[in-house]
Design a protein around this ligand. Structure first.
Ligand code: SF4
Length: 513
C-alpha cells in the first residue's frame, strides 16, 4: 500500500533551496562527500588450522575493507605465543610482505576498524593483545558495548589501568580477572557483565573463540577450507575453520560458507575440533536492518539472504509505495545500484548509469586540500549528460543522513540538463543515532529527525522525495517466510532493543540531550 506520508511532491514554483543548518550555500558546504552516510565500524576475520594463517587473514580483511578503513591488525599464534601487527590505514597499506612474514602460526584473528567508541588512534586499533596470569590473549570486536563506560569506571576504581579509549578493552580486563579455568568459561564470565552489540573473536595460544551477542545485532558467519581440497601441505589434510563478518571474506580465500553464527552462540575452535555453546538466550533477536540497506557488500549473504536480492526488493517495494512515470531511473553509485535496478524493473522504466563514481579518490586526497574541497562531489561522481539532458529522472539512493550529499547530487543531475529530478530512498527516514557499533552523527545532525519530509525535499531541491516505509523495508528484508520483528530498526524508529543509558554522556550527546 502506498504510504503517502513518506512521499512529498513539490510545486516547481516552490523549488527554492530551503536554508537549513548546515549548510548555507552548496559551494560553501564544509561537509565532506563521504560523511553523509552511516559508517559501519568494523570487520573481523579468523582462521584456525592453516600454515599461512596471516596471509589468509590479510586477504579476508581486504574483502572486508568496506567495513572499516581507519586501521587494520592481525594477531597470530604459533601454538606457544602470539604475534601482533596493527597499523593505521587500509589493509594494503598496513601490511608489507615482510610484516606478514613476521606473523607465524596456524591461528590468526584480524580486524579492520572505523572508529566508533574511542577515537581514531593506533592505540585503539585492534586486535588488542595482552599477556596475563594465565597466558596470552587477543581480542577484536565488531559492535559497541553500551555499558562499557560504567564497567570501565568500576574497573579503574579497583586499580585496572587501560591503554586505549576503546570499549573493547574492558573485555580484556574482565576475561583476565575471571576465576574460571577454560577460555570459554572466562569469556562467558566477562560477557555476563556487558551489554550491547558484539561479534567477538578471542585468540589464545591454542584456540579461537567466536561469539555473537544474544540479539544477533552484528553479523558473523562460519566457513571451512576443506582439508581435502589440494592444500594438504598447509592444512595437514584437516579442515581449516574460518569466521568472518560477511561471507565475501570466504570467497576470496576459496573457503566455503557453512552457516551464520546464531545469536548468543559461542563457537570454540581448537585441536579437538569445533564445538559451540549458547549464552543465556535473549527474549528477542534484532539483526541490524541497515546491513541490508547499506553496510554489507551486495555479494554477501546475511541471515541466509542475498544482500543484492534484498536491495532489489527494497527498490521494488519503493516503486510500489512511491511510483512515478519518468524517462530514466539512475542510482547513486555504488550502494544505490541494486535498489535502482529493482525500482526500474518494477516501473518498466529504463535503468541507466547517469552518475559515474571514481574509485580512486579517498579521504587522504580530499582532507588536506581545504582549498579544493568544494570540488569534492565532482571528484567522487560525474554526471553522464546524454543520459540526463531533457529527461525526467528518478534518482535512487539508500539513505539520507544529513542531506548534504543528496542536495549536491540533485544539483549535479539538474545542472547536467535533467528536466525533473525525483529522489527515492530505499529505507525510511533516518531519525535516530545508533548505539550498537555504527558511526552516526548526533540526532540534531540527522536531517529527518527535526525536519518534515517536505522540508527535506525542499532542502535537497528535488521535485519530489519518497522514502520507503518501515513496514516496506522490514517486509523486503524478512522475505515471505521471514520474521519482520527479528530486526533492529532503531535508527529509523527510535525503538531501541537495548536501551541507552541516561547517565552515559557519550550516548546522551548522540541523542542530543
Ligand atoms: Fe543497525 Fe540502525 Fe540498529 Fe544501528 S540502530 S544496529 S544501524 S538498524
Amino acid at each position: 500500500m502506498t504510504d503517502r506520508r513518506r512521499l512529498v511532491v513539490l510545486d516547481p514554483e516552490d523549488l527554492r533551496p530551503l536554508p537549513l543548518r548546515p549548510p548555507a550555500r552548496i559551494d560553501e558546504d564544509p561537509e565532506e562527500w563521504d560523511d553523509d552516510h552511516f559508517h559501519d565500524q568494523c570487520g573481523i576475520f579468523a582462521i584456525f588450522g592453516h600454515s599461512e594463517a596471516a596471509n589468509l587473514a590479510y586477504l579476508g580483511l581486504h574483502a572486508l575493507q568496506h567495513r572499516g578503513q581507519e586501521s587494520a591488525g592481525i594477531v597470530t599464534s604459533d601454538g606457544r605465543q602470539l604475534f601482533a601487527h596493527r597499523a593505521m590505514g587500509l589493509v594494503a597499506d598496513a601490511f608489507s610482505q615482510e610484516q606478514l612474514g613476521q606473523l607465524p602460526g596456524r591461528l590468526a584473528i584480524g580486524h579492520v576498524r572505523y572508529s566508533t567508541a574511542g577515537g581514531s588512534h593506533l592505540k585503539n586499533a585492534q586486535p588488542f593483545a595482552v599477556d596475563y596470569a594465565r597466558g596470552s590473549l587477543a581480542v577484536c570486536h565488531n559492535g559497541n558495548l553500551t555499558n562499557a563506560d560504567e564497567v570501565r569506571a568500576e574497573l579503574e576504581g579497583r586499580g585496572s589501568i587501560f591503554q586505549s579509549t576503546s570499549d573493547t578493552e574492558v573485555l580484556v580486563h574482565l576475561v583476565a580477572m575471571s576465576n574460571q579455568v577454560s577460555i570459554e568459561d572466562r569469556v562467558c564470565d566477562a560477557l555476563a557483565r556487558v551489554q550491547g552489540a558484539y561479534s567477538l573473536l578471542f585468540l589464545t595460544e591454542e584456540s579461537i573463540v567466536a561469539v555473537r551477542d544474544p540479539m544477533g545485532i552484528r553479523p558473523m558467519c562460519l566457513g571451512v577450507l576443506p582439508g581435502s581440497r589440494g592444500d594438504k601441505g598447509r592444512t595437514g589434510g584437516r579442515d581449516a575453520h574460518v569466521v568472518a563478518s560477511e561471507p565475501t571474506a570466504f570467497d576470496l580465500i576459496g573457503a566455503d560458507f557453512v552457516r551464520d553464527v546464531d545469536p548468543g552462540e559461542m563457537v570454540i575452535i581448537d585441536e579437538t575440533g569445533i564445538r559451540s555453546l549458547h549464552l543465556p538466550k535473549s527474549a528477542e533477536q534484532r539483526m541490524c536492518a541497515f546491513e541490508y540497506v547499506y553496510f554489507a557488500r551486495p555479494d554477501s549473504r546475511i541471515g541466509g539472504r542475498s544482500v543484492y536480492e534484498v536491495r532489489k526488493l527494497l527498490g521494488q517495494r519503493l516503486a510500489e509505495e512511491h511510483p512515478i512515470d519518468a524517462d530514466v531511473v539512475i542510482p547513486v553509485p555504488d550502494s544505490g545500484v541494486p535498489a535502482a535496478i529493482g525500482y526500474a524493473a518494477a516501473r518498466g522504466i529504463p535503468f541507466e548509469m547517469g552518475l559515474i563514481r571514481s574509485h580512486y579518490v579517498g579521504r587522504t586526497f580530499i582532507e588536506p586540500q581545504q582549498a579544493i574541497r568544494h570540488f569534492g562531489v565532482r571528484l567522487k561522481l560525474n554526471p553522464v549528460e546524454p543520459v540526463l539532458r531533457g529527461r525526467k529522472v528518478v534518482v535512487v539512493d539508500d539513505s539520507i543522513v544529513r542531506g548534504t550529499t543528496s542536495r549536491k547530487i540533485v544539483k549535479m543531475v539538474r545542472d547536467a540538463g535533467a528536466r525533473e529530478v525525483h529522489l527515492r530512498i530505499s529505507s525510511p527516514p533516518t531519525q535516530w543515532p545508533c548505539y550498537y557499533g555504527i558511526d552516526t552523527p548526533t540526532r540534531r545532525e540527522l536531517i529527518a529527525s527535526n525536519h518534515s519530509i517536505e522540508e527535506v525535499a525542499r532542502y535537497v531541491t528535488a521535485d519530489s522525495l519518497g522514502y520507503l516505509s518501515l513496514e516496506g523495508m522490514l517486509t523486503a528484508i524478512s522475505g515471505e517466510s521471514g520474521r519482520p520483528n527479528a530486526y533492529c530498526h532503531a535508527c529509523f524508529s527510535g525503538d531501541y532493543a537495548i536501551p541507552f543509558s541516561v547517565t552515559n554522556r557519550r550516548q546522551m550527546r548522540l541523542v542530543g540531550v
